[in-house]
Design a protein around this ligand. Sequence first.
Ligand code: KG4
Ligand code: ZN
Length: 389
Amino acid sequence: MKILAIETSFDEAGLSIIEYSQTKNETTTRVLSDVLFSQADEHKKYGGVYPTLAKQIHAKNIVALLTEALKGAGLYKEIEEHVPQNIEKARVFLEREPEMFTQLKELVAHIQRPDLDAIAITNGPGLEPALWVGISFAKALSVLWDIPLSPVNHMEGHIAAALAHKEETNEDVFTIPTPPLPAIALLISGAHTELVYMKEWLHYEKIGSTRDDAIGEAFDKVARLLDLGYPGGPLVSKLAREAREQNAEKSFTLPRPMLHSGDYDFSLSGIKTAVLKIVQDNSPLTELQKMQIAREFEDAVTEVFVSKIKNAIEEYAIASLIISGGVAANAYILDALRKIAEENSISFYVPTMDLATDNGRMIAFASALRNSPTKELDEIVAEGNLKLY
Ligand code: KG4
Ligand code: ZN
């Protein structure tokens, strides 16, 4: 089976083509192509992602990204110009994006129908205007080329990315095992902070989530307060590491919200407010102070994660711990969680750096795991708050 995956839920457009096969306990995938366009530079000046802009940039680039993905996978075969079948049906889905339609028509008029068995498309959660670009595009392709669609939950994509292992001898080949169950997944990204319980394979139950900001959002806001730039996670983390390396004195203390709440919920807005107060009281901050704040922030959130995960492992008799989402690129948080997994002798899954933040492969992987394309096109809509459970 060959899948084209399209991900446009946030500020990254990721398109990937994979081939896969499946046995009872394992899915083996070969990545034929993988293209990514990050809008981070465009959103920098707003210090966060601006939905309308995200949508416009996706719409402007997506046909070029598809062309690149097809070429990379060896599926771009030029033929004599022709009027593509079903082009009028495809137009219906792109009525609001006339430029995208013109570009797509130009592309399909010159190439052979690619050999694809399904198109995997993120239908949520995310920014609805951004999601719609990918969904409308996927629907247009589906009718043009008569290929079934497979809607994918972005968060399941993050889970699939964590489970995927690169083969040592061939780095395009990934195997995705079924982990020992029950498992818990800590989903930490720019929009999510959730602890999910998986008793059965691909069946989820929420056991906790943030009551206010997401962890990535908190990292990004702290970065803004420290005047570091966007996306803030890697920048805050770098400063924190420098503070540790230099053994800088700990001059500030931040709260550990809900550390002892007895449940699995999180709250992150209080830490951010506490950082704001420190910044105001010490303005202008020295470089050393920025490092100290970054470190204390990373320490505080890590301590809360560690404590909740420890409790959950015990309470639910967990056999696997899965960490995923953009913030899973944070080495400090990861090391702390890996240690708990080791102490409890349970399996531990994290994505490699390049699979941690949003990308097309993770959507292709999740679609491969489900191995069940087709839903009526009309049933596939953008769901900003789509849940896993
Ligand atoms: O999963 P993702 O790419 O997009 C969402 O779906 O949200 O996550 C992006 C988030 C951003 O908030 C970014 O600051 C954060 O992940 N992030 C990090 C690190 N790398 C990315 N946060 C902390 N430490 C990092 N190393
Ligand atoms: Zn994400």
